[in-house]
Design a protein around this ligand. Structure first.
Ligand SMILES: [Zn+2]
Length: 65
């Protein structure tokens, strides 16, 4: 499987895949963080793509940023 994917909101490499009932979206670290709450509200499952540490799902990381 080709792991190269790009953010659906900008040209950055995707770090997170959002699995939705209607399909998949990809987000970079920035946009995953920006849309995380909304995605959670619609029942999306956020999957961190392999090989690219992305601690965006941690609220502690948000506070540290
Ligand atoms: Zn992005």
């Amino acid at each position: 499987m080709n792991a190269t994917a790009y953010c659906d909101r900008c040209p950055a490499r995707a770090r997170v895949r959002a699995e939705l009932p209607a399909g998949e979206l990809h987000f970079c670290n920035h946009h995953a963080r920006e849309h995380r709450d909304r995605l959670g509200a619609v029942g999306a499952t956020l999957v961190i793509l392999p090989g690219r540490p992305a601690p965006i799902l941690s609220r502690a990381a948000d506070r540290a940023a």
